[in-house]
Design a protein around this ligand. Structure first.
Ligand SMILES: [Zn+2]
Length: 370
């Protein structure tokens, strides 16, 4: 166990934690490491996923009292594709540390661990926290579970959260949220030669045509955009299917509409208009989703992030994070080492200099806010 961020990142990368499988081994390592570095209050929240894999979330606190700053990361990764590269054999080449999760986001997690480990709790007015969630890559399931079940976060009430996802160390004050409407039409399956069927697909088709027409409005009308984001549009998308066979009338056909939420961009209006339209056809409708992550640029958190990173203008990003759920508990900024463009690829890497700078930035923010 080392305070060296390179060694720690390599150790975390070398313990595979692809979302399809259990993240218990890497979570055990994180818990032990934090426990031996001054985190004396650690909550371990576990659940069994639909594949019967054990999923573990670690919530660790250092220092006493309430409030303070929480560093939020996930410990799962996308698949290794290890036939093509040494996904779980981390190496450093030309100043970059390569391996699955080096950038998204075991390297950033390691930087938060080293930064908080170096803090003397006697010098803290308010506590610091390290949170490592499961299943971020497959629907933010761990973060949802933690927000619903963490007694430690509910009683300690951190003032601020730093989502350490890779932003090239540029403070990010907002990212898009999202929602979807799932529409199902029902019919009767029969051999098409029998004349007895009732095709769900044919029932759904006029609805699809209306949605296709509406999509033009959602993607071009300024009232559905927010120019603080790039792209400013809401990513309106529609998929559909009926698992069909050509000589059988379809028993059911489904259309899923999804949209990325931004403040003041009529996200709820889109979901409502699509839902109402589907109901007017008599289809089954299910919808859900949540707002964008958005923290005032002038808030103490974003200002502290800017001061610590030497960046004057904070940014927005189009991708989502665990912040989607954590924003229910605290205001957030996204700030971490690495470039999201190499995440999920066989070139995934993080610049070692950014890992080291991240530690200094996080320590500065702890000094400011705790
Ligand atoms: Zn990530």
């Amino acid at each position: 166990m080392s305070h060296d961020v390179i060694a720690l990142t390599k150790d975390l990368v070398a313990i595979p934690s692809v979302s399809r499988w259990s993240n218990a081994p890497v979570s055990d390592y994180i818990e032990d490491w934090l426990r031996s570095n001054g985190f004396d209050e650690i909550e371990r929240l576990e659940y069994t996923d639909p594949n019967d894999e054990r999923k573990v979330n670690i919530i660790a606190k250092k220092g006493s009292g309430t409030g303070g700053v929480a560093f939020l990361s996930h410990s799962d990764t996308v698949i290794g594709m290890e036939d093509e590269w040494g996904a779980f054999d981390p190496v450093i080449r030309d100043g970059d540390l390569y391996g699955r999760g080096s950038c998204d986001m075991k390297g950033p997690l390691a930087a938060t661990m080293v930064a908080t480990a170096s803090v003397d709790p006697a010098e803290l007015d308010k506590p610091v926290y390290v949170v490592a969630t499961s299943d971020e890559e497959i629907g933010l399931l761990g973060a949802k579970y933690v927000v619903e079940n963490s007694e430690l976060l509910k009683t300690s009430k951190p003032d601020y959260g730093i989502v350490a996802e890779p932003t090239k160390l540029i403070p990010v004050y907002a990212h898009k949220g999202g929602g979807r409407v799932m529409v199902t039409a029902h019919g009767v399956a029969a051999h098409s030669s029998s004349g007895k069927g009732d095709s769900a697909s044919i029932k759904l088709a006029p609805f699809l045509a209306e949605v296709a027409e509406l999509s033009k409005k959602y993607l071009t009308d300024e009232s559905y955009m927010n120019r603080e984001f790039n792209p400013p549009t809401n990513g309106f998308n529609m998929i559909y299917g009926d698992n069909g066979i050509s000589n059988i009338t379809s028993a059911s056909a489904t259309c899923v509409v999804s949209v990325r939420a931004m403040p003041d961009a009529r996200f709820e209006d889109v979901l409502e208009e699509i839902s109402d339209l589907a109901k007017s056809y008599g289809f089954d409708v299910k919808s859900g989703g949540g707002p964008a992550v958005y923290t005032d640029k002038n808030s103490p958190l974003v200002q502290s992030a800017c001061a610590a990173s030497g960046i004057t203008v904070p940014e927005t990003v189009p991708y989502g994070t665990d912040g989607f759920y954590f924003q229910q508990l605290m205001p957030l900024v996204v700030l971490g080492p690495g470039d999201i463009d190499v995440a999920h690829t066989i070139r995934e890497s993080v610049p070692v200099t950014e890992l080291e700078s991240a530690i200094e930035i996080y320590k500065q923010m702890i000094a400011d806010l705790c």
